[in-house]
Every structure is written in C-alpha cells, then in structure tokens.
Design a binder for this molecule. Structure first.
Ligand SMILES: Nc1ncnc2c1ncn2[C@@H]1O[C@H](COP(=O)(O)OP(=O)(O)OP(=O)(O)O)[C@@H](O)[C@H]1O
Ligand SMILES: [Mg+2]
Length: 311
C-alpha cells in the first residue's frame, strides 16, 4: 500500500507532532481546545503540512471527514454528488462532518469554485469545509470570504528552530528504518529543501536504498536530470524526452517550468529565448487546470523541441 512511502507511513496523526510556526500551533491548539471547527482555507508552498493538519484536526476532534482531491475530481457533478452523499449520511460520531477539499486551487474558477460557494451554504448545518491550496490567488474571492484563510508560512526568525524540530523527526524515522546517517548531512538536506518537508523525506527514502545516508544525497540530482532533458530536446529525441517526463513525474510541474526558465541561457540560443519564455508561460498557465499533468508537460516539451534552437 501507500504506507510503503515514508511520507505516508510517518505522516503526523496529531497536530502536536507537526512542525509548525508558533502562530500556527496557537491557532490549531485553540481549535482543538474549543472543539469548534470553522470553514478554513490552508494556503502555502508544497510539503509544509496543510493536508496533514487538516486530517489531524479531524482525527483529534473525532469528526467524520472525506478528502476530495481538486486536481483529480474537479467536475461539478462528481463533487456535488460526493459532498451530498457524505453530508447526508449519518455521522458515526454524532458530530460535524468535514469535507477536506485538497488542492482546491485546481478546481475550475469559472464553474466548480462558484458552485462550491453554494455547497458551503447548503450544507452548513452539519458540514465544514477545509480547502487546501498552494496558490490562494487561484481561488475566487467569495471562497476567501467564506473561510478563514490560514497561511502555512515558516517565518524566517523561526527557521532554525523549525528545522531543528524536523531534524528530530527525521532522526526518529531513520532510526525506525534502521538507516545510518551523518547528522551534518541530514541538517544540510533539511535546509536545502526547507520548508518542503515532503521533499526531504522523499529524497531520504530514495537515497536510503544505498543503505546509508551520506553526503552523496546532497549532489543535485535535479541538475543532472535537467542536462539529460535538454540534451534530448536538442537532438529532437522524442522517445527520450517522454521517458524523462515519466521518470521525473514526482517533480512539481510548476517548479519544472521555473527550472527550465532559470537555466535556459545555458542551453538555448539567445534568439530563441523569447519564444521559449512564451511557451513556458503558456503551459505553466494551462498546468493549473489540465487533467493530466504528464500529458501537458510532454506537449510543452514537444513544442519546445519543434521551435527552439539549442546551443
Ligand atoms: N509541518 C510538518 N511537520 C511534520 N511533517 C510534515 C510537515 N509537513 C509535511 N510533512 C511531511 O510531509 C508529508 C506531506 O505533507 P502534506 O501532505 O501535509 O503537505 P501539503 O502542505 O499538503 O503539501 P501540498 O501543498 O503539496 O499538498 C507528510 O506526510 C509528512 O510526512
Ligand atoms: Mg496537500
């Protein structure tokens, strides 16, 4: 099952186990103390604990909940049926029910998001909604005003303390998995991907196949991977490019577009740069609402391959 992945196996079950800023801890402790859950929107960068906290709150308050993933099930009808069925079934605990709408920024802002506005009101008697998103500006204003918006930020002045707490978690995980490691390497890895804790755990798990965590993990596998991709595009090797996309599907598409943008001067002829920028911007925009991110990425790279001149 998914428990094979450390990020799932070691997902905090309680808010208190999460590494969060003092402000966030206070907010969530308050929710737990009062036992009152309002409609909320959790926003912030990837791997900072939004989905984890949403689930932990429901668990700790013993509330029935469902998780609907906005990037997979974005049609109004599916959404409505799911919510309706869940909201109208009898609650096992007798309390409120919670709909966790994960990745809500992928819900269509023209159709699904406006409909959601209605659902929140329609089911308000026994249902609360927790929306999670990376980009809150992709969520329409009426949904902002119906939820309390909570930013999952890691303030600069708390960075060291938070990294230290996460370091402790990581060391417990490595001990549980019987993996040896060098503390200095772990510390550097955490800082490298901070505040993306998911990424750190995934890198550790991947590297743990070598039996031991050493400084090799700090070599940027991503840079090497970009080189392979650019080379495939240059020689117009379509098969290789598709393979590359499949191999790197765990990289967030938005960060991939950014990575190509940041490194294009190194690989692309100056006269082709404006065109490349337009292509990247176009597909990055589409990325927020396409159903299949892999297909969108391959389409983007195909266009790059066809039109852009490489050095
Ligand atoms: N604040 C945290 N404290 C401890 N572990 C964390 C924290 N944030 C993330 N993790 C680890 O990373 C995994 C993924 O976190 P989670 O799914 O909550 O991220 P997210 O903020 O919802 O990211 P995304 O924006 O990509 O959906 C968790 O299962 C947990 O193992
Ligand atoms: Mg999430």
């Amino acid at each position: 099952m998914e428990e094979f992945l450390w990020v799932e196996k070691y997902r905090p079950r309680k808010v208190e186990e999460c590494v969060l800023s003092q402000d966030l801890k206070k907010i969530f402790q308050n929710v737990l103390d009062k036992g009152e859950l309002q409609n909320m929107m959790f926003t912030g960068t990837a791997g900072t604990g939004k989905t984890t906290v949403a689930r932990a709150l429901c668990n700790e308050l013993d509330l029935d909940y469902i998780i609907i993933n906005g990037s997979e099930e974005s049609g109004i009808d599916t959404l409505r049926n799911k919510i309706k069925q869940f909201a109208s079934s009898v609650s096992l605990s007798g309390g409120l029910k919670v709909v966790i709408l994960d990745e809500a920024d992928y819900l269509n802002p023209q159709s699904t998001q406006p409909a959601l506005r209605g659902f929140i009101e329609e089911f308000s008697a026994n249902c609360r909604f927790i929306l999670t998103c990376n980009f809150k500006n992709r969520i329409i204003e009426p949904l902002h005003s119906r939820t309390s918006v909570i930013e999952f930020a890691m303030p600069k002045k708390e960075k060291e303390a938070l990294a230290g707490q996460f370091m402790q978690r990581v060391q417990q995980i490595l001990a549980a998995e019987s993996i040896n490691s060098e503390p200095a390497v772990i510390a550097e890895l955490i800082m490298k991907y901070f505040p993306d804790f998911r990424r750190t755990l995934n890198e550790l798990q991947r590297y743990s196949n070598f039996g031991k965590i050493d400084s090799g993990i700090l070599v940027n596998a991503n840079d090497i991977a970009l080189d392979t991709l650019m080379n495939a595009l240059k020689i117009k090797d379509f098969r290789k490019m598709r393979q590359w996309v499949a191999d790197n599907i765990d990289i967030e598409p938005a960060s991939m577009f950014r990575k190509v943008y940041d490194n294009m001067n190194e690989y692309v002829e100056p006269q082709s740069i404006p065109q490349l920028v337009l292509i990247l911007a176009d597909y990055q925009y589409k990325n927020s609402f396409v159903a299949d991110h892999e297909l969108n990425m391959v389409a983007c790279l195909t266009e790059v391959m066809a039109g852009v001149k490489f050095k």
